[in-house]
Design a protein around this ligand. Structure first.
Ligand SMILES: [Zn+2]
Length: 170
């Protein structure tokens, strides 16, 4: 039974999703680093620590592994989509993109597996693809909190994909 439908209400620090095909099945015993995004793997989790990365990257015995987020980016495997539309977006693009980038940085600080895969335009809507369902939801909530407008979450039943729609027309 998937409890996915109400997960965003309970918003916990538990970011790893069970149905994620990119979740690491076999973890290295010690530390490892992702050379693409400079995340560090240790004690079964990924995190950002720039100083530690600089230290570890020169140690030959520390394995280099492409982290699940970077693998998704390379494969373009999105688990979240954020759709942004409306007049307000047209006239406030810069501020909204700044807000989104700040929110992504904050999310990555908590867990580097949250990343943006791609941003593109589709029929007058801007689409942001994210590596986790969590990040798309988080960005939608941040937009709603800062700019109001309309926010809607649509889950695809049975898998871990969320489509988040935010728009404001005034
Ligand atoms: Zn990475």
């Amino acid at each position: 039974m998937s409890k996915k439908g109400d997960k965003w209400f309970t918003h916990t620090q538990e970011y790893e999703t069970n149905g994620d095909p990119y979740a690491m099945k076999a973890a290295p015993a010690g530390e490892a680093i992702c050379p693409r995004c400079k995340a560090i793997f240790k004690d079964k989790r990924w995190f950002i620590d720039e100083e530690l990365y600089e230290e570890l990257k020169d140690i030959e015995t520390v394995p280099h592994i492409i982290c699940p987020a970077c693998r998704k980016i390379l494969d373009r495997y999105a688990m979240g989509y954020l759709y942004i539309s409306g007049n307000f977006w047209e006239t406030h693009r810069e501020e909204i993109m700044r807000l989104i980038n700040n929110e992504v940085e904050r999310a990555r600080g908590l867990n580097p597996l949250h990343q943006i895969i791609n941003i593109y335009e589709e029929d007058g809507t801007t689409v942001i693809e994210t590596t986790t369902d969590h990040l798309a939801q988080r960005l939608g909530r941040a937009l709603y909190k800062a700019c109001k407008g309309d926010l809607e979450f649509r889950w695809s039943k049975g898998n871990k994909l969320v489509r988040v729609y935010w728009s404001r027309n005034d």
